[in-house]
Design a binder for this molecule. Structure first.
Ligand SMILES: [Zn+2]
Ligand SMILES: [Zn+2]
Length: 369
């Protein structure tokens, strides 16, 4: 058990391992710096009361918990095609990965570092040594946001302390702040002040870098894209902000954003994706009210013209509705068989025709080719 977790979190390359160690050392150095150097100085200088100290501690702990928790979740979440049931026949939009020797779904890309095909792959994150894909995208974004907030918190808390240590703001002291190691080597700063300046400088640099990263990645959430699609101008899966957002953060997005260990259900399986076109068709059904009882009538035509009617409750409806509007007949048939709505042994997609009757209105779709 312990060994398998270790296998899961182990970075795949030496570069990733050093990046991870660097990130962890830096995060903990900033935490210890704030806790044991900055805070005692601030309490003494501004005579901070117990309530304010508690608030600062709780906020700091909240940020730390989210940074480490999201890092952990990125590392242990399987977002690859390993363990997924993949078809043996190559379907439209799919491709054959010669390295994995299996069919890979659309939006999945092979990562040479992880040596796996990653579902809806965004990029390989060196600080966690893992790829960011469909199932851990939310954790990556929250890691970036909380590290950014942590850097901001560190700057706000330590600036006054840092500049007082340096002897006030001046051009010479600004140079010492930007180059604290050189200033220490040249004897311009003592070791203690050099460490203070160095850690404040690092927080500032990371704050600037992470600001850029947040702006960069917010476009991915906004338009439902990944890095590859962005560089190739592919906006095929853009279902509007609300749906794109939920496809990353899931149904309980408000909890997913404050607690990395909270389970939130993503709308898909990371293998099949609705495109803009199929989604637009499905939107016609949005007129439904949640308390309406929905009757889905599925007519199966074979030589015998067998006709079956199925009723479903509104709880089951979204999945069936989603399945009905999947672009291909094969998928639709497979979904219906999986949901045990039809017994599939002798049934082929060529025979399928269905009608959906909803609150007196009739939507008919003919999927026959
Ligand atoms: Zn592969
Ligand atoms: Zn990777």
């Amino acid at each position: 058990m312990g060994r398998s977790i270790l296998q899961k979190i182990k970075p795949r390359s030496t570069f990733d391992l050093f990046s991870l160690i660097y990130a962890l050392v830096l995060i903990h150095a900033e935490v210890l710096f704030g806790e044991f150097m900055v805070l005692p100085w601030l309490i003494k200088k501004h005579n901070i009361g117990l309530f304010k100290i508690c608030c600062l501690q709780v906020y700091g702990a909240f940020l730390y918990f989210n940074v480490i928790g999201n890092m952990w979740k990125i590392m242990i979440t399987n977002t690859s095609t390993v363990g997924k049931v993949l078809p043996t026949l190559l379907k439209p939009g799919w491709y054959y990965c010669t390295i994995c020797e299996s069919n890979s779904p659309p939006r999945a890309f092979h990562c040479s570092t992880c040596n796996k095909c990653i579902l809806k792959r965004d990029h390989h994150c060196m600080f966690t040594g893992k790829c960011i894909g469909y199932f851990n995208h939310r954790h990556y974004l929250m890691l970036v946001v909380y590290t950014w907030l942590g850097a901001m918190f560190s700057i706000v808390m330590s600036s006054e302390f840092c500049w007082e240590m340096l002897g006030g703001f001046s051009f010479t002291n600004l140079l010492k702040f930007i180059l604290p190691i050189f200033a220490f080597i040249l004897g311009q700063l003592d070791l203690y002040t050099a460490i203070v300046a160095f850690l404040t400088l690092l927080a500032t640099i990371f704050f600037a870098l992470l600001t850029g990263l947040i702006i960069y990645h917010s476009k991915h959430v906004r338009y439902g894209i990944v890095t590859y699609e962005r560089s190739h101008n592919i906006y095929l899966f853009d279902l509007g902000f609300k749906n794109n957002f939920r496809s990353v953060f899931g149904d309980k997005w408000y909890l997913a954003m404050i607690f990395p260990f909270f389970h939130t259900t993503l709308p898909g399986d990371g293998i099949e994706f609705q495109t803009k076109d199929t989604f637009e068709r499905a939107k016609d059904l949005k007129i439904l009210k949640s308390n309406q009882r929905i009757k889905v009538v599925i007519l199966l035509f074979r030589e015998t013209k067998v006709c079956r009617h199925y009723s479903t409750s509104e709880r089951e409806f979204p999945r069936i509705c989603c399945n009905l509007f999947l672009p291909s007949l094969e998928l639709l048939t497979r979904s219906l068989i999986q949901d045990q709505i039809i017994s599939g042994s002798s049934f082929t997609s060529e025979h399928l025709y269905y009608k959906t009757i909803l609150s007196g209105q009739c939507y008919t779709s003919d999927f026959q080719r």
